[in-house]
Ligand binder design. Structure first.
Ligand code: 13P
Length: 256
């Protein structure tokens, strides 16, 4: 049993045209709006945020963006600022491994973005996780600890209460090969939570949510979410189909 409210976030990544995104949101709403026990966050592509915002207006669902720039505004062609997102979103995913691997995201840029996001009342969902190589070399704890500490630099305990951490082992993303519930929980409980305790104190750390992401689906979600320190999920593939995502959210509701 945990006092932390479970949270499930859908990361649609670079999928869904505006039309398709509208259809998916429409299909999700009847079921999801009945589930109060879980904080549900949809993170569609930027191009769908405005419409999705209208679609979820009468519900408790929240929106998140998948990335942002740390600068307030200016000559950064192609980038999106925190204040632009704040019109629509409550959350923003920062430091997803796909951005780290393909678009040069570092702990330092994640940290800058986290500060800017918080200044605009956006709650960062900060992603950490080791590669297959690092996992096999036994470096998981060290890699994840460094990612957490550097991404959270100069964040105050008060600010930390608005931050969510997502542990997403790179080898588990989109592979169908999820971490075992025990394996993921070990990282959450023995690596991430202790870092949060060290940085922000025991009480704040206990209240912070640590999500797991990486091949979560309708079948394995229940077992994962039942673990002591897995407070929900960041869902990729399974969030692209209404039935599968609703089943994952229901699994989170049942772990209460
Ligand atoms: P999958 O659920 O497709 O493995 O993706 C996880 C993820 O990267 C969510 O951010």
């Amino acid at each position: 049993m945990t006092a932390r409210k479970p949270m499930v976030a859908a990361n649609w990544k670079m999928n869904k045209t505006a039309f398709e995104a509208r259809e998916l949101t429409q299909a999700l709403l009847p079921e999801l709006k009945k589930i109060e026990a879980v904080d549900i966050v949809l993170c569609p592509p930027f191009t769908n945020l405005s419409l999705a915002c209208e679609q979820i207006a009468e519900t408790d669902l929240k929106l998140g963006a998948q990335n942002m720039h740390w600068q307030e505004k200016g000559a950064f062609t192609g980038e999106i600022s925190a204040s632009m997102l704040a019109d629509f979103c409550d959350y923003v995913i920062l430091g997803h491994s796909e951005r780290r691997q393909m678009f040069g995201e570092t702990n330092e840029t994640v940290n800058k973005k986290a500060h800017t996001a918080l200044a605009h009342d956006l709650k960062p969902i900060i992603c950490v996780g080791e590669s297959l190589e690092q996992n096999q070399a036994g470096e998981t704890a060290q890699v994840v600890e460094t990612q957490c500490r550097e991404s959270l630099q100069a964040i105050t305990p008060e600010q930390a209460q608005n931050i969510v951490i997502a542990y997403e082992p790179v080898w588990a993303i989109g592979t169908g090969l999820a971490a075992t519930p025990e394996g993921a929980n070990e990282v959450h409980r023995d690596v991430i939570r202790p870092v949060l305790r060290d940085l922000f104190g025991a009480e704040i750390a206990e209240g912070m949510r640590i999500l797991y992401g990486g091949s979560v689906n309708a079948e394995n979600a229940g077992e994962l979410f039942a673990m002591s320190d897995i407070d929900g999920g960041l869902i990729g593939g399974a969030s692209l189909k209404a039935d599968a995502f609703v089943a994952v959210v229901k699994a989170a509701a049942e772990t209460l």
